[in-house]
Design a protein around this ligand. Structure first.
Ligand SMILES: C[S@@+](CC[C@H](N)C(=O)[O-])C[C@H]1O[C@@H](n2cnc3c(N)ncnc32)[C@H](O)[C@@H]1O
Length: 265
């Protein structure tokens, strides 16, 4: 496994064990989750699932899930989006969660133990261990930015979607160019910042992977004041810390796998 994946896995293992994302020993993980969900969506959710949720948006809200659909959550973490999706697809549907971090899968298994329509799978989003054209919807929440090979992850998402299937992802994006040295901060990478793509680059990579109807919709621009950046990203240069403020946003990214001639849906 490469250094980025190893570092990211260590950080999320520790976060899963600790049950919260922020702390002096894990400086990079700034909590972007707060206020992404309505209270009604969290009704009946297991205690503690929100504290182990490290997303930057609410992909289920934008995915238009239908009863009976098969959904794959890339980098499912402790399972909050799976919990919400499980209700939306109902007993005839299925929600599959994929994550590379064992501790996260253990937390998800505990959180989702009463749900009959969920399955958890260990593995990488760049090498999804599922058959071609086997899911209706791919969801993901703040994970693709963490990948050292985002084009491979998008290509894999496309491969496992059935023709006509949808991708609906919440992710971080840069809304203006930032200097290269930001990408060198592993703390900022594992905090869902340094690995973020520029909005245009995301769109292009979606199209290259084969998606149609692609859209990158900006949701929230993050303030990262220098004082917070210097505490959270001690391995980042001073100019890198200054640049971050107002450069990063959360976005909802959507695309569709086009139908081929003769496909029946
Ligand atoms: C920021 S957390 C988000 C978790 C979850 N989606 C949520 O909203 O709470 C990132 C998650 O993605 C997983 N992850 C990161 N890179 C991955 C990769 N290349 N393949 C599989 N899982 C990955 C981590 O283990 C972690 O659980």
């Amino acid at each position: 496994m490469d250094d980025v994946r190893r570092y990211v896995r260590e950080q999320y293992s520790a976060a899963a064990r600790r049950g919260s994302c922020c702390g002096p020993d894990h400086p990079g993980l700034i909590n972007m989750t707060r206020s992404n969900y309505d209270r009604s969506e969290l009704e009946g959710a297991p205690a503690g699932i929100e504290a182990r949720s490290f997303g930057c948006g609410n992909p289920v809200e934008h995915a238009g899930l239908l009863p009976g659909e098969t959904v794959l959550d890339l980098g499912c973490g402790a399972g909050l989006d799976m919990f919400i999706a499980s209700r939306a697809v109902g007993p005839e549907g299925r929600v599959i969660g994929l994550d590379m971090t064992g501790e996260m899968l253990v937390a998800a298994a505990e959180n989702l133990r009463e749900l009959k329509n969920v399955t958890l799978v260990g593995g990488f989003i760049e090498e999804i261990p599922l058959a071609d054209e086997s899911v209706d919807v791919v969801l993901s929440n703040c994970v693709i930015n963490l990948s050292p090979d985002k084009s491979a992850a998008l290509g894999e998402a496309f491969r496992v979607l059935r023709p006509g299937g949808r991708l609906c992802v919440a992710d971080t994006v840069f809304i203006r160019p930032v200097s290269e040295d930001i990408a060198g901060s592993l703390a900022a990478w594992s905090g869902c910042i340094a690995g973020a793509l520029q909005e245009d680059d995301y769109l292009e990579r979606m199209k290259t992977a084969g998606f149609s109807d692609v859209e990158v919709r900006r949701m929230k621009v993050y303030a990262v004041p220098e004082a917070l950046a210097s505490m959270a990203f001690p391995d980042l240069s001073e100019s890198g810390r200054r640049e971050m403020d107002g450069a990063l946003a959360s976005a909802i990214i959507k695309g569709r796998r086009p139908l081929r001639d003769g496909d029946v849906i």
